[in-house]
Design a protein around this ligand. Sequence first.
Ligand code: PMP
Length: 405
Amino acid sequence: HPAFDVNAIRRDFPILQERVNGRQLVWFDNAATTHKPQCVIDRLAYFYAHENSNIHRAAHALAGRATDAYETARETVRRFIGASSTEEIVFVRGTTEAINLVAKSWGAQNVGEGDEIIVSHLEHHANIVPWQQLAAEKGAKIRVIPVDDSGQVLLEEYKRLLNDRTKIVSVTQVSNALGTVVPVKDIVDLAHRAGALALVDGAQSVSHLAVDVQALDADFFVFSGHKIFGPTGIGVVYGKRAVLDAMPPWQGGGNMIADVTFERTVFQPPPNRFEAGTGNIADAVGLGAALDYVSRIGLANIARYEHELLEYATVRLGAIDGVRLVGTARDKASVLSFVLKGYTTEEVGKALNEEGIAVRTGHHCAQPILRRFGLETTVRPSLAFYNTTEEVDRMLAVVKQLARK
Ligand code: PMP
């Protein structure tokens, strides 16, 4: 691909030169977190060296620079996901905080006794626990969309779960445990037809496939900066303007108010209503730099390259004696999940680490879906666009050697 030079891209990520156990690092833990290109590292340093200030509140020059940088980042996020207005972009700590915000604010106002919340069997704990807490508080019920043996959601079963008590459907776009790409557009449309709202968890999708929130038509779309080559501690809630407008604040304090007396408070409109206190200004700016970087490469190029790399790895890993691939849906992104006969997943992870190869082993904060396949843990290599077939070969060599013993 002339448009995609992986060697040039690798030079943008200083940590890829790191050595672990005497070998050049292979980072196959991208579903947990991604590495940062030099331009993001530089942007953070520039902010602290030249722009650092609290925002919005002061008349001095640096407050202006910090505010401009922060609001420019909000505009970059808006453009990146195709929202119609920056008022629909709320900065939070990450996907977990994003879902908690929606459950606590929108949920408190709109979910009552006997109401139903639908999630899928694939969800990360971050898209289960906040809804469970809300359901327990309100006397509501959680319903679960089942998956087939490939790890894809069963749309016909989902249709049967929808009814007039369904208040919200909250589903991941890409499974962090299996890599399944979920048909979220269909899920959102069916939710709306049943009179429910829809939240799409984009934590594992935004870095792998192009997202347009207006085409998707989800009421909420959430993601974490650190999984898309940006800093930790920053994430996004996109919410449709009319939905956010009607939502009460979830935390109170400075920044989110228009006027305060001891008798009452008038709140700001979105997004400030949901950004109480001093936010993570520098890391929002860093996220903006990360999204600009990804946009320069282009998600179409990224998706095409990663798809081929995933295909390359899947075919070869699946052919090794004793390897069981978990999650074999036709439509997948980034993630390979497997177990190796005769070894615990931890043993496989340790053997890979000896060769400088980082993979996640464990339950991946998605215990229900692993148990659906009769497992407590898997080995989970997850790919990004800076990975190569040579790196995949290094991983395959270790697994093959273990399998032969
Ligand atoms: N949802 C999914 C699908 C995820 O993969 C993750 C992170 N593993 C989260 C939510 C939670 O994201 P964070 O830890 O950044 O809040």
